[in-house]
Design a protein around this ligand. Structure first.
Ligand SMILES: Nc1nc2c(ncn2[C@@H]2O[C@H](COP(=O)(O)OP(=O)(O)OP(=O)(O)O)[C@@H](O)[C@H]2O)c(=O)[nH]1
Ligand SMILES: [Mg+2]
Length: 224
């Protein structure tokens, strides 16, 4: 009887959990975005001035939608050597946030080629993709429309998949909640998703394994 009651209780209280990958070139603002998300949802977050380049990953689970659902964010380092490992995460993710530095026009080609390689990967078929035109607080930013044009060319490969470009400032928090709201709706709508619930320790083990490989291959930068 106790086990039955406990089973029912667990069933009622478990929450849907979605894994969201945060990708983008190094220095785009991924970790800043994650820390600001934590702050926006009243979680303890790092001092934004103390964020260092990520070697490996940062993980945070944030309750959203009035605490009814969980988004588990995987912020993966964007340095070129680390990008080769991104695809290891694709089969586990329900949504992708691709962060772009709107102030660095010199890296736009690199940025669009990187996004193209993500979009073309069959493991992320049907996964919603949100592109964030970050650093909108800076006067030298590119117009969001220009960034949209680049993304739209790549979006031709997305078929009927949900995709969007939104302006944000990870530093000031402007647009961050709108971005999360968009993603929460999309991951729920996505019929093909395979829902994970709170007990996803197997995935964590897999991710830890991946991260150890990454750490072995990088020695010269500090872990954030
Ligand atoms: N002005 C401004 N600066 C930002 C913003 N977002 C990030 N930055 C700055 O950009 C730099 C890089 O930010 P990170 O969050 O470390 O970038 P990242 O994408 O995680 O970089 P990697 O971990 O190397 O892949 C830091 O100096 C941040 O303070 C923003 O919205 N506005
Ligand atoms: Mg980082």
């Amino acid at each position: 009887m106790f086990h039955l009651a406990q089973g029912l209780y667990n069933n009622w209280t478990r929450k849907e959990q979605y894994s969201i990958l945060i990708l983008g070139l190094d220095n785009a603002g991924k970790t800043t975005f994650l820390e600001t998300c934590k702050k926006e949802y009243n979680m303890t977050s790092k001092d934004l001035n103390k964020i260092t380049p990520t070697v490996g990953q940062n993980v945070a689970t944030i309750p959203v939608d009035n605490n009814k659902r969980l988004l588990k964010f995987w912020d993966v380092g964007g340095q070129e050597t680390l990008r080769a490992m991104w695809s290891e995460y694709y089969s586990q993710c329900h949504g992708i946030i691709f962060v772009v530095d709107s102030c660095n026009s010199l890296r736009l080609d690199e940025c669009s080629e990187t996004l193209r390689s993500i979009v073309m990967d069959e493991d992320i078929e049907s996964v919603p993709i949100l592109m964030l035109a970050n650093k909108q607080d800076k006067p030298e930013r590119m117009e969001v429309q220009d960034i949209k044009e680049i993304f739209n060319k790549i979006a031709e490969h997305l078929s009927a998949r949900d995709s969007r470009v939104l302006p944000v400032s990870a530093l000031t928090g402007e647009g961050v909640k709108d971005a999360i709201d968009w993603m929460v709706i999309r991951v729920q709508r996505n019929k093909k998703i395979d829902l994970q619930f709170i007990d996803d320790t197997k995935d964590d083990h897999k991710m830890c394994y991946i991260i150890n490989i990454i750490k072995d291959s990088i020695t010269d930068r500090s872990i954030s």
